[in-house]
Ligand binder design. Structure first.
Ligand code: 13P
Length: 264
């Protein structure tokens, strides 16, 4: 029955944190702490150097490995960059693209992110595309236009037969790493509805129904259930709380409960 309903997805984005030993401990703690993860999809995204270490721990489990970024070429003279083929080689199934920290701190454009999306999908990686407005954009009532733009440019010319390998993460920039200022379930639900409607206008109603849209921005165990119970919030992309075994596991348990609570 669980396969017939939409499972919630919980992604741990470890950002530029951990050491090899800490990454292994964190992954082992999560694997050991899970009892019944059938009702949830879990993806762990450690930093590049620890992908193999964490991949080793996740072998033979239902938890998938993801990367936080990639370069949109299969190989070549791109010093310091990592290709999708390397990510696949080391066991990744997913890649996060367009994270706001890359957009705002590293200057990634929608066009560059779109390149990455297409190359990742063509190489065989599943994509988590992040979108989200800044506080200034929200205050200026530009949220809807911004989400529209990031979504349509980020997914421009994507092959329709790859849509099932794409998910979206709504991450309002003002809510990231800022527990005192995170989005309310209502704000998150509204933004997800905007994204789903836009996705539907581009790819059709069925695809819009199927697409998984996760919320990210200071999700902590205490408010995970309130967020995940909202219609259209299909999961969560967790930063800080994904670095604490018990916090992450508590969020996963909320996701399992909310998956089970959905009407069949
Ligand atoms: P925090 O959960 O630390 O706010 O990070 C959210 C995020 O950016 C996940 O990608």
């Amino acid at each position: 029955m669980i396969d017939e309903i939409k499972k919630k997805t919980i992604v741990g984005n470890w950002k530029m944190h951990t050491t090899a030993a800490a990454a292994r401990d964190l992954a082992e703690g999560i694997v050991d702490g899970l009892i019944d993860e059938e009702g949830v999809s879990i993806i762990l995204c450690p930093p590049y150097p620890y992908l193999a270490v964490v991949g080793e721990v996740l072998k033979e489990t239902r938890i998938a490995l993801g990367a936080q970024n990639m370069y949109p070429q299969m190989e070549g003279a791109f010093t310091g960059e990592v290709s999708p083929t390397m990510l696949l080689d080391v066991g990744c199934k997913y890649v996060i693209l367009g994270h706001s920290e890359r957009r705002h701190k590293l200057g990634e454009s929608n066009e560059f992110i779109n390149d990455k999306v297409k190359v990742a999908l063509a190489a065989g990686l599943d994509v988590i595309l992040c979108v989200g407005e800044t506080l200034e954009q929200r205050k200026a009532n530009q949220t809807e236009a911004l989400l529209d733009r990031q979504l349509s440019l980020g997914l421009a010319n994507v092959e329709p037969d790859t849509l099932s390998r794409i998910s979206i993460a709504y991450e309002p920039v003002w809510a990231i790493g800022n527990p005192s200022h995170h989005a309310t379930p209502q704000q998150a639900e509204e933004a997800h509805a905007v994204l789903r409607a836009r996705f539907g206008r581009i790819f059709g109603k069925d695809a819009a129904k199927q697409i998984s849209i996760q919320y990210g921005g200071s999700v902590v165990p205490g408010d995970a259930a309130a967020l995940l119970s909202r219609p259209g919030i299909d999961g969560a992309l967790i930063g800080g709380a994904s670095l604490v075994v018990n916090d992450f596991l508590e969020i996963v348990r909320s996701a399992i409960a909310e998956t089970e609570a959905q009407p069949a």
